[in-house]
Design a protein around this ligand. Structure first.
Ligand code: ADP
Length: 449
């Protein structure tokens, strides 16, 4: 018997397909929701049923909780999977889903709320024994307080939005002269993007890697981790290429971090999938934030662990126990993901429009998560991610060679994409050496454009 008979997928694009695929394999019927701009989208075509929930603007469709709940009610869905983005980290939405007698495929509203406020999240993690980036103990009340703390932790410092996400509301101050401006700009950006101008301060690390841990928890007190992902290749604090495992981490370091993280989440009583993000420098981990949802880069973990994370999310949301322990989780080979967006590979200007021809690469160890098809028009209203190329190899070198090969096979004709940039990265000897930090890609892009 499947854990649910029918699930509504409250998302679009590649992630809606990803969730549909897991449901289908589990014998669960799916309901797609879509805006009027997505009438002909692949997630709508594949789902068993679909409901139009509003006009193109995300605010009126994919963020329209009332319309989504109505769609779930009239179709008789038993659970809602929010994917990533949109309503996935909206605690109020999770509460509304449960109040309507449906399961929310994610953690409790309480945990979404805590982790959605980065100050509260750091406070919770500190108490659970997780190491943090040094910084202000809470929200900064004034620029004078910011100055005092900066003097203590020493410049450079970073002012960050408590409600932050997508790299917005984040400003570096390299010295005291830059502090007032950084404070002002971060608050203005935070207010505009999140409607909340609370900011806090962190020491700005000069050469860290971004390393995150994937965890899964059931409602019976079992928590396992599926190892780390290295997401250091970023542009404007946004990830572009991700790897599992990290070229910088030994198995012993992974085990130690995994133990800290799983212990913390056991104490918290967490449920579902989650990711703890860390900066890693001088062999020290420092927590920056937790994401209480499936992440864009989850496939690299699936490839090395041989696990279907969406299936696990659905099972634990239905109250099933994990049924395995940490020692059952094995890591096999290396995986790399390229995020392919509908953007100019040099200027990064958005490039929506019609895809005339589409050819997906294939062969051993190649996976494409994408909602593209020939004739599809990429709408201008949403995130520019159009495909994820994920490759797996026995070693990192094999994965890179495979990625290079797959990128040359891939054709997305009619719109501009970041495929040429990924090709340059995969051909670069420094990338191949594995020796890079979060600043590497910005410099690489500047040199090649
Ligand atoms: P968001 O939620 O907006 O993505 P994060 O806190 O996850 O913000 O940080 C995004 C990225 O910004 C990190 O992956 C890292 O590259 C950079 N960053 C964040 N905090 C620091 C810091 N204290 N020092 C240096 N870089 C940082």
């Amino acid at each position: 018997m499947p854990p649910f008979n029918k699930i509504l997928i409250a998302n679009r694009g590649e992630i809606a397909l990803r969730i549909h695929r897991a449901c289908q394999e589990m014998g669960i019927r799916t309901v797609a929701v879509h805006s009027t701009a997505d009438d002909t989208a692949m997630h709508v075509r594949l789902a068993d049923e679909s409901v139009c929930i509003g006009p193109p603007s995300a605010r009126d469709s994919y963020l329209n909780a009332a319309a989504i709940l109505s769609a779930a009610t009239i179709t008789g869905a038993e659970a809602i999977h929010p994917g990533y983005g949109f309503l996935s980290e909206n605690a109020r939405f999770a509460e509304m889903v449960e109040a309507h007698g449906m399961a929310f495929i994610g953690p409790t509203a309480e945990h979404i709320r805590i982790m959605g406020d980065k100050i509260a999240a750091k406070d919770a993690m500190r108490r659970l024994g997780v190491p943090l980036v040094p910084g202000s103990p809470g929200a900064l009340a004034s620029v004078d307080e910011a100055r005092e703390i900066a003097d203590e932790i020493k410049y450079p410092v970073l002012i960050k939005a408590a409600a932050g996400g997508g790299g917005r509301g984040m400003k570096v101050a390299r010295n005291e002269d830059e502090l007032e401006e950084a404070w002002r700009v971060a608050r203005t950006e935070a207010k505009a993007a999140f409607g909340d101008d609370s900011v806090y301060m962190e020491k700005y690390l000069d050469r860290p890697r971004h390393i995150e841990m994937q965890i899964m928890a059931d409602t019976h007190g079992n928590v396992v981790h599926f190892g780390e992902r290295d997401c250091s290749l970023q542009r404007r604090h946004q990830k572009l290429v991700e790897e599992a495992g990290s070229p910088a981490l030994t198995a012993a370091a992974r085990d130690a971090l995994g133990e800290t993280v799983t212990n913390a989440l056991k104490q918290l009583g967490y449920r579902g999938a989650g990711t703890l993000e860390f900066l890693y420098q001088d062999e020290q981990f420092a927590f920056i934030e937790m994401n209480t949802r499936l992440q864009v880069e989850h496939p690299v973990t699936e490839m090395v662990c041989g696990v279907d994370l969406v299936r696990e999310q659905i099972r634990v949301a239905a109250g099933e126990p994990l049924g395995y322990e940490q020692r059952d989780v094995r890591f096999n080979g290396h995986a790399i993901e390229c995020r392919i967006t509908a953007e100019d590979p040099v200027t990064f200007a958005p490039s929506p429009g019609r895809v005339n021809a589409y050819h997906a690469p294939g062969g051993l160890g190649v996976r494409i998560d994408s909602a593209l098809y020939a004739g599809y028009a990429v709408p201008p209203h949403y995130d520019s991610l159009v495909a994820k190329l994920i490759v797996h190899g026995a070693t990192r070198a094999e994965a890179i060679a495979r990625c290079r090969r797959a990128l040359t096979e891939m054709v997305v004709d009619g719109i501009r994409t970041t495929i040429p940039l990924h090709q340059l990265i995969m051909e670069d000897p420094e990338f191949a050496s594995g020796d890079y930090t979060i600043h590497w890609l910005e410099r690489f892009v500047a040199q090649h454009t």
